[in-house]
Design a protein around this ligand. Structure first.
Ligand code: DI6
Ligand code: FE
Length: 400
């Protein structure tokens, strides 16, 4: 372990409070991997002689980015399906014909844990190269006890192979597997009775997720799953209202979910229910873009209700083969008209909140992990404005 650093001459974008918390000539002091001071250089505590001083040369320093919704671990890819969609096939049509998620299920089941790790690493590296220090990774392409466990073991291993914090989510209720075709209710029973207990026993799941949709699970099935998950002490989150309004946002809120995600078809009542429950709206402009959706998520209803908004890549092979948080922010601004402040909060403070980790990461404040991204830009807006350009200067995790 090298000496605890002090970052000086930085333009801090602390994201503390409600805005961006900008401190023009700022410094961050680290001890034991945690922030012990983040503020104006003039207020630096004295007696820091033993620390290594790092001159940021006026660069922007933000919290390390947090990608709070990914399906990073999967077998194969869906480039062929992409071509089929270019020839006119629809996403739901392909799914109903046994392609879509189920084709990735076949490839994921055929892959070994080592192969899953090897294929996910370049995607993880791409996220990290743009400043990501925390990533959530879902299962959901295995759909058997063994294959869901294999996926989440691969996800946990990624967090030991790279300097990044990995949070895992059990998404067994992502699609009805072929063994249960036409029996989605029986499959939910299986997830509750077999999958989740096995994953919990191996400490493989930090949360439980489900896909509530016509091509996936009904609100009643999700309700049953969430009731069971919460009894096991697991927080829940939901893929809700992505392709139609099944009132998933309100359902998630009723269960005190950490987040409800996608939300294109959510109505004002759903937005208000989420705000009251403290359920974060995780918006996924990559999937909106890639599926050429027309229905915009109700951003103004979220603003009016005070619903917290996070952003994520949703990195997955079918609806969002995206590994760039910077491009995701640009899409959120361009497609959803989210402000620079909302975009940055979406990948920092609000993403931390969506993972239940706001006490640990997501802002530059004393007591939190020293996870930072140092950018060669002059203003926060530049991080949202450019497309396909990566100005990351340095990524720091836990002070290193
Ligand atoms: N919604 C999505 O957009 C992804 N999963 C989900 O529930 C898509 C997953 C896939 O097409 O492989
Ligand atoms: Fe997703």
């Amino acid at each position: 372990m090298t000496a605890d650093p002090v970052f000086r001459n930085a333009r801090l974008v602390t994201m503390a409070g409600e805005g961006m918390g900008i401190i023009e000539r700022g410094a961050v002091v680290v001890a034991g991997g945690r922030i012990v001071f983040a503020g104006a250089e003039n207020d630096l505590p004295t007696g820091l002689a033993a620390n290594e001083i790092i001159d940021c040369e006026g660069r922007i320093v933000t919290p390390g980015l947090i990608d709070c919704h990914t399906h990073l671990v999967f077998g194969g890819n869906r480039a062929r399906e992409f071509e089929m969609r270019l020839d006119g096939a629809g996403y739901e049509e392909i799914a109903r014909a046994g392609g879509g998620i189920l084709s990735t299920v076949r490839a994921t089941r055929a892959a070994s844990e080592d192969e899953l790790v090897a294929s996910a690493l370049p995607r993880l590296d791409a996220l990290m190269s743009e400043g990501v220090t925390t990533v959530e990774i879902k299962s959901g392409y295995g759909l058997t006890v063994a294959d869901e466990a294999k996926t989440l073991r691969a996800a946990r291993r990624l967090g030991t192979l790279r300097s990044v914090s990995v949070l895992t989510t059990a998404l067994g209720a992502h699609a009805v597997p072929p063994e249960f075709a036409g029996r989605s209710g029986d499959y939910i029973d299986h997830v509750i009775a077999e999958q989740l207990p096995a994953l919990v026993a191996e400490n493989l799941a930090d949360a439980v997720d489900a896909f509530s949709e016509g091509i996936a699970f009904s609100p009643e099935e999700v309700d049953r799953l969430f009731t069971a998950a919460r009894r096991m002490g697991l927080p829940v989150k939901l893929h809700a209202d992505q392709l139609s309004n099944l009132h998933g946002a309100a359902l998630a809120a009723r269960h005190g979910a950490l987040s409800a995600d996608h939300l294109e078809y959510t109505d004002a009542e759903g937005a208000a229910a989420m705000a009251r429950a403290g359920t974060v709206a995780v918006l996924l402009p990559g999937a909106f873009y890639f599926l050429r959706e027309k229905q915009l998520p109700p951003i103004s209803a979220f603003r009016a209700a005070g619903t917290r908004m996070a952003l994520a890549t949703d990195c997955n092979p079918g609806s969002s083969p995206l590994t760039s948080p910077l491009l995701t922010m640009n899409m959120a601004a361009t497609l959803f008209r989210m402000t620079v402040r909302e975009c940055l909060a979406g990948f920092t403070r609000e993403a931390a909140r969506a993972l239940g980790k706001l006490g640990e990461v997501g802002t530059l404040e004393a007591g939190k992990w020293a996870d930072l991204a140092i950018w060669s830009v002059e203003s926060p807006a530049e991080l949202v404005y450019r497309m396909g350009f990566n100005p990351l200067h340095q990524r720091i995790r836990r002070g290193q």
